[in-house]
Design a protein around this ligand. Structure first.
Ligand SMILES: Nc1nc2c(ncn2[C@@H]2O[C@H](COP(=O)(O)OP(=O)(O)O)[C@@H](O)[C@H]2O)c(=O)[nH]1
Ligand SMILES: [Mg+2]
Length: 241
């Protein structure tokens, strides 16, 4: 059986210390799993730790690796995903966070299903984040499930394979982390087939998460308010007659 052609993309905001391991493992997995492949790293222009430069170095050595710059005025991990999907040239598009909290080897578990499902959504078997974050996420997931009738168990898990069929049939507009729910809710509405697969999760070793920070490591009010605003917009969008 012919191997699939695969695009992998990774959003990155100040992930300089994580990029080398991420790209090495992505190349290793794709060389064995794909016929042709490309790796896009969508780097937020506001990154100031040299992330883009490191990706550029990798792209000089491997022409399948490409750097995309996300404009400064279009911040947000959701917008980075829109850019990844828009620029992906292959029919199977996989994305994950670039902070090495996942092990890309788990991508192999997806392969037997890629022809029979439109979305394969990873869920974290045991999430390795601070307890406060896990609690907030549980409340968030419950609320999103109620509002958007999504049934998947880990809505904001950034380890997914999406068929280009889906991207060509729905319009994605969310710029924040709400984007991961938007994708599932819109795909579900169009009756695309969704499969869930458990994946491993690890604590962040380098760099900072965007959601929380500061002295007490609390959720950042600006991030929370932009997420809440976007939930309202998405609700209106999905319930428009
Ligand atoms: N391009 C881009 N990447 C982002 C942005 N915000 C977060 N990221 C990346 O998205 C991924 C998830 O972010 P992170 O803060 O670790 O989220 P968490 O794992 O849910 O705490 C990481 O790889 C970040 O570098 C953004 O505005 N633009
Ligand atoms: Mg993370």
């Amino acid at each position: 059986m012919q191997k699939p052609n695969i695009t992998m993309f990774f959003p990155a905001y100040n992930e300089a210390e994580n990029i080398p391991r991420l790209l090495s493992s992505a190349v290793k997995i794709l060389r064995e799993a794909a016929n042709e492949y490309e790796i896009l790293v969508v780097v937020y222009e506001g990154s100031n730790d040299g992330t883009a430069g490191i990706v550029k170095e990798f792209s000089k050595k491997n022409k399948n690796i490409k750097l995309l710059i996300q404009p400064k005025d279009k911040k947000g991990v959701g917008y980075a995903k829109i850019m990844g999907f828009r620029n992906a040239k292959f029919p199977y598009i996989f994305y994950a966070d670039s902070d090495n909290q996942f092990d890309l080897k788990d991508f192999r578990k997806f392969l037997p299903y890629i022809k029979n499902y439109d979305i394969i959504a990873g869920y974290r078997i045991k999430r390795q984040d601070p307890t406060s974050r896990i609690l907030i996420s549980k409340i968030y997931n419950a609320m999103m499930r109620l509002l958007f009738k999504t049934k998947e168990r880990d809505l904001d898990c950034a380890f997914r394979l999406v068929s280009k069929r889906v991207i060509n049939n729905i319009s994605l507009v969310c710029r924040t982390g709400v984007a991961t729910t938007e994708l599932l809710a819109k795909a579900r509405k169009k009756e695309f087939r969704i499969k869930e697969i458990g994946v491993s999760h690890y604590p962040r070793k380098f760099g900072q998460p965007v959601f929380e920070g500061g002295f007490l490591n609390l959720p950042r009010p600006k991030v929370v308010s932009s997420i809440l605003k976007e939930i309202v917009l998405l609700y209106r969008d999905l319930n428009r007659k």
